[in-house]
Design a protein around this ligand. Structure first.
Ligand code: ISL
Length: 634
C-alpha cells in the first residue's frame, strides 16, 4: 500500500512500522493504544493531525513517517498461537558479564579474563547456561570497550588471546556457552580502518565511514550524538566531517559500502571459528542510514530525546544487511544472535527476529525499563504494575516464531531494584520478584552481574567518582545551566556507572574480593552487605533464590520455556498467569505493589517456590510465588 497524507490512522496501524510508531507516541503521551480502536480516532487522516494536535504532530514529522512507511511494505507477522520450535538458546539462561568490573586476577584494579575463569564454579552453581561478555577487544576505552581499535586482539588489561581460548575451553567443558559483544555500527577512531580512511581518502578504506563535505563551522545536518552535542566532527586532515552517533571517538561505519559488510562478516566468522557461541550485537538497528542523511525532525527529537533518529533507527537497508550478514556468517554455525535495538517496537522487532526471516534470533527492546512518560534520567519511583500490561501484551502478541529476551538490567542502566524502591525498602523481595518474572515468562532470561546479589545503585558524591563518557559529557552540558549539586542529582538518577561498579565477592574492603589493587570505579555502596560471601551464607538471600528459580525453570521446561501463557484476574496490582505444557500447569502470582493484595482465587496448587512466607489471607507486599496447579476452581 502507498501511504499518503490521506491515509487514515487505522491504515497506518496496519503497517508494522506504523503500529510501532503510533504505540510509541501514545505511550510517551501516556495514552492507551486502544484509543485508535475508537472509530472516530481511527478514521482520522494523517493530514488532519497537525491541526488537531495544535502542531504537536507537524508536517516534518508526517513527511518522515510517510518515507518510513513507504520504504518497506512487508506486512505484519500474524500471531498464530502454535508451540515454538525448540532451540538450545530458548532453553538457556543468559548472564551478562561486564569484564572490567567482574573479577580482577592481576591486581591492577581492572577485571580480566583470568578473573572470570576463577568464577566459573560460581556461575555454574547459579545455573546459568550462556555467558555474554561485554566487549573484550583492544580499545582506547573512550566508551569502555564499545570503541574497538582491533577486533582480533584482546584488550591488554583483560589478558591475551590465549587467556580467551582458555576461558572458552573452561566454559565449554562445563557444558556452558559464551557469546561476545559485536560492535560494528562504529569503530574507534584509532582503528586502522579509520586512520587509513582519514589519511588516504582515495585508498581502499577511503569510503569506510560516513564522510561529508562542508565548512568547519556548519555540520552537514542537525543530528545529535547520543552522548551530547552534534553527531559530527570536523577533520581538517581530510577537510571533511565524519559522523559519530555516539562519542567523538566512535566513528560510524558506512554499511552501504559492500567491502565494509564483507569485512564485518569475516571478522564474525573469525570468532565463530574460534568457538564462540554467538553475539549480542550493539545498536545493530542503526547500521543503515537514510540516503542523503536529511535533517531530523524537531518533534521526533523532542519525543525521543535525540534529533535525527528517524533517519537511521530503521533504515532502508536494515533487513537486507542483516540477512546478508546472517547468510555469510551465523547461518553456517549453531549460534545465537541478540540485536540491541533501541527504538524498535514489537512489530518491527518481529520482522527482525521471526524464524522465517533469517535475520536475528532476538532483539532487546527497552520499553520495560521505564514506565510510560519517563526516561532514564528522570528521578522517579518505577511502578511495577506497568509490567503486567507490558508483558501481557508481548506474551500474547509477539508471534510464536519470535522469542523475547527477559531482562531488567544491563551495563547501560541503573539497578532496577533502586528504580522500583529508591528508599531501599523491600529490596530482597523485589529482587526475587523480578527474577521470578524473568524465569517464568516465555522468553530468554538475561541476568546482569550483581542482580543475583540484589545490588542497588551507588550514590556518586562528586563528578570525580564518575567514569562513564555519557555521564561526563552530560554533566558538562548540565553545568552550563545548573549548579554542581543539581547536575549530580540528575546523574545519580540515570547514570550507567550504577551498574558498572565492581562485583563484591567478599565482605572485606577495600577491594571486596574484586581486586587487591585500587578499583577503576568505586565499589558499590552495598558491598559490605550485598556480596557473594554473605549471600552464600544466608539461605534467604537473593542468590539462593536465583539458583532455585533458575533450577525450577529447567525442571518445568515444557511449561516454563515452551508452554502457553494465560493471564489471570483483573486486578492491576497482581500479575498472575498460568504456564502450561508437557501435561503440567504452573501458576505464577506476583504482588506488584508494596501493600498487601488480594490473592488470585481461581486456581489452587502446591507452592513450589516463594519469596516470602506466604500469608494466610492477603498477599504480602511484593509477594512472588510459583505453584504447581492441582485443581482449577470453577
Ligand atoms: O537509546 C538509548 C537512549 O539514549 C541508549 O540507551 C542506547 O540504547 C545505548 O546508548 C546504546 O548502547 C550500546 O551502544 C553504545 C554503548 O555506549 C553502550 O554501552 C551499548 O550498550 C555505543 O556503542
Amino acid at each position: 500500500m502507498n501511504y499518503t497524507k490521506d491515509s487514515t490512522l487505522r491504515q497506518v496501524l496496519q503497517s508494522p512500522l506504523g503500529s510501532d510508531v503510533i504505540s510509541r507516541v501514545l505511550q510517551s503521551l501516556q495514552k492507551p493504544l486502544r484509543l485508535v480502536d475508537n472509530p472516530v480516532v481511527g478514521n482520522l487522516r494523517l493530514r488532519q493531525l497537525p491541526g488537531l494536535t495544535r502542531g504537536l504532530v507537524d508536517e516534518e514529522f508526517l513527511c518522515a513517517l510517510l518515507t518510513l512507511l513507504n520504504a518497506d511494505d512487508t506486512p505484519k507477522i500474524s500471531v498464530i498461537p502454535t508451540p515454538p520450535a525448540p532451540a538450545w538458546w530458548k532453553e538457556s539462561v543468559f548472564y551478562q558479564i561486564y569484564p572490567r568490573s567482574f573479577c580482577d586476577a592481576s591486581g591492577d584494579g581492572v577485571g580480566d579474563l583470568p578473573g572470570i575463569r576463577t568464577k566459573l564454579d560460581y556461575l555454574q552453581a547459579l545455573g546459568v547456561d550462556v555467558l555474554w561478555l561485554s566487549p573484550i577487544y583492544d580499545s582506547p576505552n573512550d566508551d569502555m570497550g564499545y570503541d574497538i581499535r582491533d577486533y582480533q586482539k584482546i584488550m591488554a588489561e583483560f589478558g591475551t588471546l590465549e587467556d580467551f581460548d582458555a576461558l572458552l575451553a573452561d566454559v565449554h567443558s562445563r557444558g556452558m556457552r559464551l557469546i561476545l559483544d559485536l560492535v560494528v555500527n562504529h569503530t574507534s577512531d584509532e582503528h586502522a580502518w579509520f586512520q587509513s580512511s582519514l589519511h588516504a581518502p582515495d585508498g581502499p578504506y577511503g569510503d569506510y565511514y560516513l564522510w561529508r563535505d562542508g565548512t568547519p563551522d556548519a555540520p552537514p545536518n542537525n543530528w545529535d550524538s547520543f552522548f551530547s552535542g552534534s553527531a559530527w566532527t570536523w577533520y581538517p586532515e581530510r577537510g571533511q566531517w565524519a559522523l559519530h552517533l555516539f562519542s567523538k571517538k566512535q566513528m560510524d561505519l558506512n554499511w552501504d559500502n559492500a567491502a565494509v559488510r564483507r569485512d564485518v562478516a569475516s571478522l564474525v566468522c573469525w570468532w565463530l571459528d574460534r568457538g564462540v557461541d554467538g553475539f549480542r550485537m550493539d545498536v545493530i538497528n542503526l547500521i543503515s542510514k537514510a540516503p542523503g542523511l536529511p535533517n531530523g525532525s524537531k518533534l521526533v527529537g523532542g519525543l525521543m530525546g535525540i534529533t535525527g533518529i528517524e533517519h537511521y533507527f530503521y533504515g532502508p537497508h536494515l533487513h537486507e544487511y542483516l540477512r546478508e550478514l546472517c547468510q555469510n556468517s551465523f547461518d553456517r554455525y549453531n549460534v545465537v544472535t541478540v540485536g540491541e535495538t533501541p527504538g524498535i517496537g514489537r512489530e518491527t522487532g518481529a520482522l527482525m527476529t521471526h524464524e522465517s526471516r533469517g535475520e536475528l534470533d532476538m532483539i532487546f527492546n527497552f520499553d520495560q525499563l521505564e514506565t510510560p512518560g519517563h526516561a532514564r534520567w528522570d528521578d522517579y519511583a518505577y511502578d511495577l504494575r506497568y509490567l503486567r500490561t507490558y508483558y501481557t501484551d508481548w506474551q500474547r502478541r509477539y508471534p510464536a516464531g519470535c522469542w523475547m529476551p527477559l531482562f531488567f538490567e544491563n551495563h547501560d542502566n541503573p539497578r532496577m531494584v533502586s528504580k522500583v524502591r529508591p528508599d531501599g525498602v523491600w529490596r530482597t523481595e523485589v529482587s526475587k520478584l523480578l527474577l521470578t518474572l524473568q524465569c517464568t515468562l516465555r522468553g530468554a532470561p538475561f541476568l546482569y552481574q550483581g542482580q543475583e546479589l540484589g545490588l542497588g545503585n551507588t550514590k556518586f558524591a562528586a563528578i570525580s567518582e564518575v567514569r562513564d563518557v555519557e555521564a561526563l559529557n552530560l554533566y558538562a552540558e548540565l553545568r552550563k545551566t545548573m549548579d554542581d549539586a543539581a547536575a549530580l542529582a540528575k546523574l545519580n538518577a540515570g547514570c550507567r556507572d550504577h551498574a558498572r561498579t565492581p562485583m563484591p565477592w567478599t565482605a572485606q574492603g577495600p577491594g571486596y574480593g574484586f581486586t587487591g589493587g585500587t578499583p577503576w570505579l568505586r565499589m558499590p555502596d552495598d558491598a559490605p552487605t550485598h556480596n557473594a560471601e554473605a549471600a552464600e551464607a544466608d539461605a534467604a538471600s537473593v542468590l539462593h533464590y536465583a539458583r532455585a528459580v533458575i533450577a525450577l525453570r529447567r525442571q518445568y521446561r515444557e511449561a516454563l520455556v515452551y508452554g502457553s501463557f494465560t493471564p489471570l484476574g483483573r486486578s492491576k496490582d497482581v500479575f498472575a498467569y498460568l504456564r502450561a505444557g508437557g501435561g503440567q500447569t504452573l501458576l505464577v502470582e506476583l504482588n506488584l505493589t508494596g501493600t498487601p493484595a488480594r490473592r488470585c482465587r481461581q486456581v489452587r496448587g502446591r507452592c513450589l517456590l516463594a519469596n516470602c512466607t506466604l500469608g494466610e489471607g492477603r498477599m504480602r507486599p511484593y509477594e512472588a510465588a510459583v505453584y504447581l496447579v492441582t485443581e482449577a476452581a470453577r
